[in-house]
Structure formats: structure tokens, C-alpha cells
Design a protein around this ligand. Structure first.
Ligand code: GDP
Ligand code: IMO
Ligand code: MG
Length: 435
């Protein structure tokens, strides 16, 4: 068998959680491959909403019978993991039965969060607008070869190893003008962290790379869940306004230990428009009432930080690039219903560069300012809106023609078929095309 991937093609929050939950009953194993609690994946069913941060969105599927893995590419905050896990167990999910955590996943320490805050403070107006969860510093330590991993918790000298890393962080924090050594708040945070580490140790730490490969050898179906989105990828996103992991398809290979030849379908997920939370250039950003309307109707506020998401029209230059980098085989379009009441819908098909030339190819830089639309001027094509409520539609035959025209145009521009449509946040509000 080959493993399928599902990943975001824009700046995150495309609706990955919802679709993983929808597809999960067809899979035996669902695995997160990168990111950490910077992610907020929302699932809605039976009138309830659940937000997952580190635990895969397959956790509710088929009554929790599918196995869910947190891969080696993920960074895990024991305190946030505990909060998330306890909430799920209170909801009746038997996590100990259906969750496995890679021994190689790196731990987020209390000082990583402080370093994240200190780094942002020093950047001032050029701050990235991180989620403040310590993601950058944790991946930095991983690459610097001094990180602590889930598998290290069992080592007899774990506390000493923790202290060595913490002391190095403390020196760094003092140098950055945010000393924390000895503060009552830090002492409390550290105690809470150690308690949470013990809680985490109660879960099965596993060599998940063996588990995934054995599952594929045995003919089981594996779905890999990405976090963030391609435009936030550390290599291919709008650097430096990105996250610190590879969010793209290749990240599933390194984040789970799956060889490239074992990757099957690549589900690329995007919204019918664009959003971005945090700083960085955003070519199609709308600064007018249209942007406000999208935000209001689409409830575009961060699932993790509650921040307002910046809103703009669909950007096909960025989407084509994301499809290319990920080798997307199937497109999934989300939040189509949000545009129901728009008389005109715009789509960027090209960028006009500062020197006046027009390109369809995503350029090296789309601007390096912390805020603002960037240095690109999008070239738009306008479409008449469908002006019909989509939320109760479940069959392709019911869809208005103006809407299917919009989809056909996207497919022709990007070269990949749209195979799933989402018309509302609930699990049920999903239309499978070309079934
Ligand atoms: P993720 O991080 O990619 O999993 O996405 P988020 O959960 O952060 O953000 C997506 C938001 O849109 C959530 O609040 C979902 O409940 C909601 N959502 C998902 N699909 C749809 C849809 O088709 N229509 C509407 N109106 N909301 C949706
Ligand atoms: P999901 O998985 C949207 C953004 C932050 C910031 C940048 C770096 O829910 O789609 P970080 O804390 O990772 O160092 O922040 O990345 N960001 C996200 N934006 N959705 C996410 O995850 C994000 N995770 C990080 O806002 O701009
Ligand atoms: Mg999210």
C-alpha cells in the first residue's frame, strides 16, 4: 500500500482538521508529520466543535478505532498535550488505546516559549507574529543537536539533560534582556511541565517509523496529516514569515520515515479565498469592507490565538506553486459557502512584478515587509457570484452553474481536479465529486 497525504496549500487554516475527520473512517492509521501546538485543527459533528493541536484529526473516526500517530517530525509541548488529551478522554475517547507517539518527536520546554517571546520582542515591527508556542526555538534546538526527545524521558539522566538545555536557554534569555532564572512564574511553569512529562510518559512511546512502514507492508491504509500550509513552509513559504518546519509533502517523508516511493494520493486543501494570520506579505490581501465581510461570514479568527485572520481573494499563482511543490493529485476546496452572497468574486491569475513584467510563476520574493500586500500587484479575473446558499447541498447536481464554472476555472488554471467540496464546518457538509 501507499500512504496518502493531506496538507494545506495556503497560509494554514484551510480546514485540514475537518477533512481528515471526514476521510479517516477509510483509513487504518492517521499520522501527523510536522508542526506542533501552533496548529489548531477544528472538527465539527453532532453539534459540537473540537479543536486539536497536536493529536491527529483521525481521533474521533469510527469510534476511535483507527490508530493515530504523532510522528517524529512533530514538536510536542507536554503541558498542552496533557490539556488536549484530558479533554478528549473526558469526551470518551480512549486515547491510550488509539494514540502512539514517536520516541523521536522533540519536546517543547518552558524556556522554548520564553525564547519565542524574546525573539519576537527583539524583532519589533519585523516580528513574525508567531503563535508563541515555542515552535521556532524547539526546531532550532533539534537542528542544533541539543534537543530533548520523547524517548529521552525514560533515560535515568533525563533531569540532568533537561537542566543542561534549560541553563543554556537561561543564558540566552538573560542576554536577550528577558531573564527568567529563579522567577516564581518560571518555577511554577517548570513544575507543571515535569508533571505533564510524567503524564505523557503514560502513553505508548513507539518507533512510529516502523509502525507506519509495517502497516503499509500489511496492506493497511495510512493517511498523513499536515499542519500549517505550503506558504508557511520554511523552505518554500514567504520566508522569513514562515513556521520552522517543512509543511510540504516531503515533510511527510522526513516527519514519519516514509520513503518517497511509498506516497500515494496527495490531497491539497485550499479555501475559496485566502487568509493569513500573523505577519508577512500577502499579495491578494483585502484592506476594504470586502475583506471584513469575508472575515465576518467565514469567522476568520485564529483557532489557537483568537487573532483576526487577514483575508483576501484566491491566489492562483501561489496555488499553482503549492500544487507543483507538493505533487498534488486531488484538490479539496473549502468554505465555498462563505462567498454565497458576493455578486462578484475575484481570483488572481498572475502577478505584476515591480519592474512591470507579468508572471504566472511564484517569484523568489513577494515582498519582505511584516505587514501589507507585498510588492506584487495581483492581476485579477472577475466572476459573477452564484448568489445561492450552498450549505445544504450534498450532491454535485444541485450546485449552481456559476459555482461549477468557478471550480472548472480553478481546475484549468491549476491542472488538478477538485475532488472534494466543503460547504460548511460540519462533517456532513461535504460533497465528494468524481466518486
Ligand atoms: P485547519 O487548521 O486547516 O484544520 O483549519 P482551522 O480549523 O484552523 O480553520 C478552519 C475553520 O473553518 C474552522 O473553524 C472550521 O470549523 C471552519 N470550516 C471548515 N470547513 C468549512 C466550510 O466549508 N465552510 C465554513 N463556513 N466553515 C468551514
Ligand atoms: P494550522 O495547522 C495558520 C503562523 C503564525 C505565524 C507563523 C509562525 O492550524 O493551519 P509559529 O508559531 O509556527 O512559529 O508561527 O506561522 N502559523 C499558522 N497560521 N495556521 C496554522 O496552523 C499556523 N501555525 C503557525 O501565525 O505567522
Ligand atoms: Mg488551524
Amino acid at each position: 500500500m501507499k500512504a496518502d497525504l493531506l496538507l494545506g496549500l495556503q497560509w494554514g487554516d484551510e480546514g485540514k482538521g475537518k477533512i481528515v475527520d471526514v476521510l479517516a473512517p477509510e483509513y487504518d492509521l492517521v499520522a501527523r508529520f510536522q508542526g506542533g501546538p501552533n496548529a489548531g485543527h477544528t472538527l465539527e459533528f453532532d453539534g459540537r466543535k473540537h479543536v486539536l493541536r497536536s493529536i491527529p484529526s483521525g481521533i474521533f473516526a469510527a469510534g476511535g478505532n483507527a490508530l493515530n500517530l504523532i510522528g517524529n517530525g512533530v514538536v510536542l509541548d507536554p503541558v498542552l498535550f496533557r490539556g488536549e488529551a484530558e479533554a478528549l478522554e473526558a469526551d470518551g475517547v480512549n486515547l491510550h488505546r488509539c494514540l502512539r507517539i514517536s520516541r523521536k518527536a522533540h519536546l517543547i520546554l518552558p524556556t522554548h516559549r520564553l525564547l519565542d517571546a524574546a525573539g519576537e520582542r527583539r524583532k519589533g515591527a519585523n516580528r513574525i507574529g508567531t503563535t508563541g508556542k515555542g515552535i521556532g526555538p524547539t526546531y532550532t534546538d533539534k537542528v542544533s543537536r541539543r534537543g530533548l526527545r520523547v524517548g529521552d524521558i525514560a533515560a535515568p539522566d533525563f533531569s540532568e539533560r533537561y537542566k543542561a538545555v534549560r541553563d543554556a536557554h537561561m543564558e540566552q534569555l538573560a542576554y536577550m534582556g528577558m531573564p527568567a532564572e529563579g522567577s516564581a512564574e518560571f518555577v511554577e511553569a517548570e513544575a507543571e511541565w515535569f508533571e505533564a512529562v510524567e503524564y505523557l510518559a503514560g502513553f505508548v512511546a513507539a518507533d512510529t517509523e516502523h509502525m507506519v512502514n509495517k502497516a503499509l507492508d500489511d496492506g493497511l491504509k495510512v493517511l498523513c496529516e499536515g499542519a500549517q500550509g505550503t506558504m508557511l513552509d520554511v523552505d518554500f513559504g514567504s520566508y522569513p514569515f514562515v513556521t520552522s518546519s517543512n509543511t510540504v509533502a516531503a515533510g511527510a517523508c522526513t516527519g514519519l520515515g516514509i520513503a518517497p516511493r511509498r506516497i500515494g494520493r496527495v490531497y491539497g486543501i485550499f479555501k475559496a479565498y485566502c487568509t493569513r494570520v500573523g505577519s508577512g506579505p500577502f499579495p491578494t490581501e483585502l484592506f476594504d469592507t470586502t475583506g471584513d465581510t469575508i472575515r465576518r461570514i467565514g469567522h476568520e479568527y485564529g483557532a489557537v490565538t483568537g487573532r483576526e485572520r487577514r483575508c483576501g481573494w484566491l491566489d492562483l499563482v501561489a496555488l499553482r506553486y503549492a500544487v507543483m511543490i507538493n505533487g498534488v493529485t486531488d484538490l479539496i476546496m473549502m468554505k465555498s459557502d462563505v462567498l454565497d452572497s458576493f455578486a462578484t468574486i475575484k481570483v488572481a491569475t498572475e502577478y505584476r512584478l515591480p519592474d512591470g513584467t507579468v508572471t504566472r510563476d511564484f517569484p523568489f520574493s513577494i515582498g519582505d515587509e511584516a505587514e501589507g500586500a507585498g510588492t506584487m500587484e495581483p492581476v485579477y479575473r472577475s466572476f459573477p457570484g452564484w448568489m445561492t446558499e450552498l450549505k445544504d447541498m450534498r450532491r454535485v447536481q444541485e450546485l449552481p452553474e456559476a459555482f461549477t464554472d468557478y471550480i472548472r476555472f480553478i481546475e484549468s488554471e491549476v491542472g488538478v481536479p477538485v475532488t472534494i467540496l466543503s460547504v460548511g464546518p460540519d462533517r456532513e457538509q461535504t460533497i465528494i465529486l468524481n466518486d
